[in-house]
Design a protein around this ligand. Structure first.
Ligand SMILES: C[S@@+](CC[C@H](N)C(=O)[O-])C[C@H]1O[C@@H](n2cnc3c(N)ncnc32)[C@H](O)[C@@H]1O
Length: 341
């Protein structure tokens, strides 16, 4: 068994675990100190397929775990000096990256520096903080130390090439989580009526290709065009139809939609929307006119109380699931709605 520390979106650990077990049925997945956004994963055999997962950010292959009664820098140095990192033999440059949680008499920068000096001395390779061939991770959580190799350079959520990035774009991993919550079946009609740069439809297209019908819209024609270009550079444009639409008038464009997955404006990041409540109300009213009988709408937003209130007053939907996630330092809620039959 090879052990990995895997990071994901805080709040979507269960979805990451589900995806990992679909690809690696014998994997052992557990929490890492109850931290959100971190999982310990043990895998037998070839782990290359970890890189194809849609729900995770970083993959760290663990080499050594240790416990120190008194984690002083001297004690740490003694442990690090004994660790063999065979991967260092085949590289020219390396760096050490550290995270530290708890009370210590040193910072994570001190940890990086000390570990860097030890491995430099031992393997005689150059340190390069930016253009490194190997990223050694050395983390400390209270009295527990972890040394490993970070196999991902960029986070895996950056999987799409984007010629244009919307200022309020979400991560592809979050889009994946929302799509999983929509419980899509082959042949369904899928819509993101506020697509921005297209993250959600790109994710849907990369997962389902033409097994479903995917439609993307936005009120801003410029975003519609840019999202289309994003789809093109990723070779996904043939699976998505794009059009300028108003999400508060969906019934003007569609008769029946099976799954709506969307990230409406939160009303905070770009311009503060004066009438966010009125906008959400009109949007949800419009969703209730087009959502099919067995349909689902998965909507992420920051104003959970307000959103819940609208749902209760509209009396057309029930909230079948709600959860909080972390996204760019804020904590929006994902709501999953179904029709009240
Ligand atoms: C938060 S952004 C979506 C970002 C997107 N998820 C991404 O990753 O790029 C919200 C989008 O809703 C669009 N929007 C706002 N009001 C709309 C309306 N009435 N109809 C359709 N789109 C609307 C905005 O133009 C904006 O692109």
């Amino acid at each position: 068994m090879v052990k990995f520390l895997i990071t994901c979106d805080p709040g979507l650990e269960d979805i990451a675990e589900m995806e990992i077990k679909e690809i690696f049925p014998n994997a052992k997945v557990s929490k890492f100190f109850n931290f959100q956004g971190k999982l310990l994963v043990e895998i037998d055999g070839n782990y290359e397929k970890l890189f194809n997962l849609h729900s995770i950010h970083h993959i760290i292959k663990l080499k050594k775990e240790f416990y120190l009664e008194k984690p002083t820098m001297d004690e740490i140095r003694k442990v690090l000096e004994k660790i063999d990192i065979e991967e260092m033999k085949n590289v020219e440059t390396f760096r050490v990256t550290s995270q530290r949680y708890g009370n210590h008499e040193f910072t994570s920068i001190d940890m990086q520096k000390t570990a860097g000096e030890i491995f430099l001395e031992k393997y005689k390779k150059k340190v390069s903080l930016k253009n490194f061939d190997l990223n050694i991770r050395f983390d400390l959580i209270g009295n527990f130390g972890y040394v490993g190799i970070q196999l991902t350079k960029d986070s895996l959520y950056k999987r799409f090439k984007k010629i244009f990035n919307h200022p309020a774009a979400i991560k592809a991993t979050l889009a994946y989580g929302m799509i999983r919550l929509a419980n899509i079946k082959d042949g369904e009609f899928f819509l993101d009526p506020m697509c921005g740069s297209g993250t959600i439809v790109l994710e849907a297209a990369s997962l389902y290709k033409n097994r479903i019908k995917i439609f993307a819209g936005d009120i801003n024609q410029n975003y519609v065009e840019k999202a289309k270009e994003n789809a093109k550079v990723n070779g996904l444009d043939e699976f998505i139809e794009f059009k300028q639409i108003d999400a508060t008038k969906l019934e003007e464009y569609f008769t029946s939609v099976d799954k709506i997955v969307t990230n409406p404006p939160y009303g905070v990041k770009i311009a503060k929307r004066k009438d966010l409540k009125g906008f959400y109300w009109k949007f949800l009213e419009s969703v209730s006119k087009v959502l099919s009988k067995e349909g689902r709408a998965v909507i992420i937003n920051l104003r959970a109380d307000m959103f819940r209130n609208i749902i209760l007053r509209l009396k057309t939907f029930k909230i079948v699931h709600e959860r909080v996630v972390e996204s760019g330092g804020i904590f929006p809620h994902i709501f999953v709605l179904e029709r009240i039959q």
